[in-house]
Design a protein around this ligand. Structure first.
Ligand SMILES: [Fe+2]
Ligand SMILES: [Fe+2]
Length: 725
């Protein structure tokens, strides 16, 4: 068992890899078994481990939440024969039932298949399950690794160094930008073993970074996994089989997501169309981690025309690049994914703008990416008549934070219309070149090699270019691990909501006689535009401006009920206070119902509507609450909620039927603060049994408040809602 060296011993792996590259064959083997592991298909409750061995093994994975303490294990299973390589064995194992937002530690257990001896343990590895909104995390990304270009831009020792450095960052994800499995330089005729060899070649390297991360792959032009190749006529070189062999090897060894996969459920969306001979392509997909949306797109498997280069006798590049396309299906999915996401950060990944060409923003205005013909004229409406806007404009409209691309083999940082275009450096370029730099006429351009470390936090996204040098090339200015360039994309300004509603009270609280009150919040979008909603719990008797917020989308015409809103949305075990609903649209109906199960069955409760801006009591006007009583049969509680982000005075007078003012009092409310005045008649200083009305106003300039009273039956404790009029 040789492939679990500690990081300090990684250099022992390098000579074998060098041989592998020189011979363009899988890594040579010493004594079996050699096993490589690649983690992927991460969700908030599972991970999938791809395992490949050169011996028939029975394996399982032990895992737990503390290093060295493994409390769970997958069932032992015999690795099935690798269908694409004689003498090898490969499978994917799902570790299910994990907790979200948790770091796990795991290791392989293996023994020779058919034996009953003790299992041997592999080295410990780690990953972190997907995180909820509000989390900070790190992911890393590399550009084209091109291990087949050992004589021009690839050194295996440098690749080990870069991957090891990234692994030490413990990124949630390690993303490859394409051109990592280049098959087009293979000798013809292509064979399944030769194509498969490109995918097994990377396994020992990607095993390294996968020890503390999970992998995501982006399709590149040199992979030749493309619709154009797939549709080639049979030509004696097996050109039309290359994409099938390539994608099948990729999907067996590297667990990539597909929508509604058995192991990942609905966690990922993406390309759902299976292809004959392959099944789900797993080439374009989207997921959310923390506050960030990740979207991987791929033109190669969708374009009927050759995108960049092809293989086989009929290869030839079209002069009309409008014929190159991400396709209607992928466009619609991308549009829906971006538009429906409420993520603060949105990252889009592709091998390159349009999958071909050189440069970043220099070519982002062209064809279906930017809408212009080669001569600069606006060709979009006639060439993409069913698309609302080109791809770049779609990213702009949906506030994409960073578009990451590879293909050009250098570091280049640019911006266009508020979207950052980031060309990703390649990981193992021992020549330290800025390839294709002449294609970048603006921005920050740096030479290779290394990777990008991206730190995602609520306040900003920090991108750091971590450079790596071979030891012989290090000097005073070239130091491995140095951050050669860094920038931060600040959180976008939050647009003010189009409208807000105040629900003066909500509860998750015990009451008299064993009652337990919870509040259901109902919202209907009565307009014709989809609404982005932000619910904010303001609490009580405190400044509510820092209250917890949760965001949702509610499509035009749809309704939603958040049952037990304080528990289900805000995760509170107990509490009470006001809620604010902010919406990107103005046409909502919002109402709350607070109720308790009744002894003997059924429920008691009351309904309170949320107050729109027009319903608030503003300075210069008064509102009246009728039906207030304080006597042996009824008592009255008054709820006051400040609708502004400044402190506010609320003046309350008790007036009897003759018009006489019995008492007055001024209450102080903190910003967005709520208070409940229990037995308001007594609180106002009136001791006698009283029936009357409350008159409410605010002397605070620009003040606005919501108020209602609860008239409570002393015998049944049943409350009635008294609204101001
Ligand atoms: Fe490329
Ligand atoms: Fe490349």
């Amino acid at each position: 068992m040789k492939n679990f060296p500690p990081f300090s011993a990684l250099n022992r792996l390098a000579p074998a890899l060098l041989l592998a590259v020189t011979s363009l064959a899988p890594a040579p083997l010493e004594a079996a078994p050699t096993v490589t592991l690649v983690a992927g298909q991460l969700t908030d409750r599972s991970v999938t481990i791809g395992a490949r061995a050169d011996a028939a093994l029975e394996i399982s994975f032990q895992y737990g939440v503390s290093s060295g303490a493994y409390t769970g294990a997958t069932p032992a299973a015999v690795l099935p024969a690798d269908p694409y390589a004689t003498g090898f064995f490969a499978s994917q194992t799902v570790i299910p039932g994990l907790a979200a937002d948790t770091r796990y530690y795991y290791r392989l257990q293996y023994r020779t298949a058919g034996t009953t001896g003790a299992f041997t343990a592999g080295s410990e590895r780690t990953f972190h399950t997907m995180r909820p909104a509000g989390s900070s995390f790190v992911f890393c990304i590399q550009g084209d690794s091109h291990p087949e270009r050992a004589k021009s831009m690839f050194d295996p020792d440098l690749y080990v160094q870069t991957l090891t450095a990234a692994s030490k960052d413990q990124p949630d994800f390690y993303i490859l930008s394409g051109d990592d499995f280049s098959v087009d330089t293979l000798p013809t005729p292509y064979t399944q073993p030769s194509v498969t060899g490109r995918y097994t070649l990377q396994l020992p390297w990607l095993d390294l970074v996968s020890r503390s991360s999970t992998l995501f792959l982006v399709n590149g032009n040199h992979e030749q996994a493309s619709l154009w190749n797939y549709n080639l006529p049979s030509d004696g070189t097996n050109s039309n089989q290359v994409p099938v062999w390539a994608q099948n090897a990729r999907n067996l060894y590297y667990p990539m997501p597909a929508p509604n996969d058995a192991s990942t459920g609905a966690f990922y969306s993406g390309n759902a169309s299976p292809l004959s001979g392959i099944g789900p392509l797993r080439n374009s997909y989207a997921w959310q981690n923390g506050d960030a949306l990740f979207v991987v797109i791929d033109p190669y498997w969708s374009s009927p025309a050759m995108v960049d280069n092809g293989i086989g006798s009929s290869s030839g590049k079209t002069a009309d690049r409008w014929l190159i396309s991400h396709g209607d299906t992928q466009y619609q999915w991308l549009q829906q994914t971006l538009e429906q996401s409420t993520a603060k950060w949105k990252f889009v990944f592709a091998h390159h703008v349009m999958g071909t060409g050189r440069g970043g923003i220099e070519i982002a205005g062209q064809y279906e990416w930017g809408g212009h013909d080669a001569d600069g004229s606006w060709g979009f409406p006639t060439r993409r008549p069913t698309w609302p806007v080109p791809l770049h404009q779609l990213m702009v409209a949906n506030h994409v934070t960073i578009f990451f691309q590879g293909h050009d083999h250098l570091f280049a940082h640019q911006q266009l219309d508020g979207v950052t275009y980031q060309e990703v450096p390649i990981p193992a370029d021992y020549t330290y070149t800025a390839f294709n730099a002449d294609a970048y006429t603006s921005g920050d351009v740096l030479p290779n090699a290394g990777y990008l470390r991206v730190t995602v936090a609520s306040t900003g996204v920090k991108v750091e270019y971590v450079r790596e040098f071979l030891p012989k090339d290090e000097n005073a200015t070239q130091v491995s691990g140095q951050v050669a360039f860094s920038y931060t994309v600040a959180a976008p300004p939050v647009p003010p909501p189009a409208a807000t509603w105040l629900l003066p009270s909500s509860a998750r609280a015990s009451g008299a006689g064993g009652a337990f009150y919870t509040t259901d919040l109902a919202i209907a979008n009565t307009g014709t535009s989809d609404a982005t909603l932000t619910l904010k719990f303001l609490g009580h008797d405190a400044d509510g401006t820092a209250g917890t917020e949760k965001s949702f989308t509610l499509a035009a015409g749809k309704g939603a009920t958040y049952a037990d809103v304080l528990g289900s949305v805000f995760g509170l075990s107990s509490g009470y206070g006001a809620l604010r609903v902010a919406s990107s649209t103005t046409a909502l109906a919002v109402s709350g119902q607070t109720s308790t199960p009744a002894p003997g069955g059924g429920t008691f409760g009351q309904s309170v509507p949320a107050f729109a801006d027009a319903d608030l009591i503003r300075s210069g006007s008064t509102r009246t609450i009728l039906g207030v009583r304080e006597d042996g049969a009824f008592r009255t509680n008054l709820i006051l909620t400040n609708g502004t982000t400044s402190p506010l005075y609320a003046d309350v007078s008790l007036v009897d039927a003759s018009g006489a003012v019995l008492a007055s009092k001024r209450y102080t409310l903190p910003p967005l603060g709520m208070t409940q005045v229990t037995r308001v008649v007594r609180d106002l200083g009136v001791a006698a049994d009283t029936a009357g009305r409350l008159v409410l106003s605010t002397p605070t300039a620009s003040g606005a408040l919501a108020a209602y009273a609860a008239l409570i039956d002393a015998t049944t404790n049943d409350p009635r809602t008294l609204l101001p009029r």
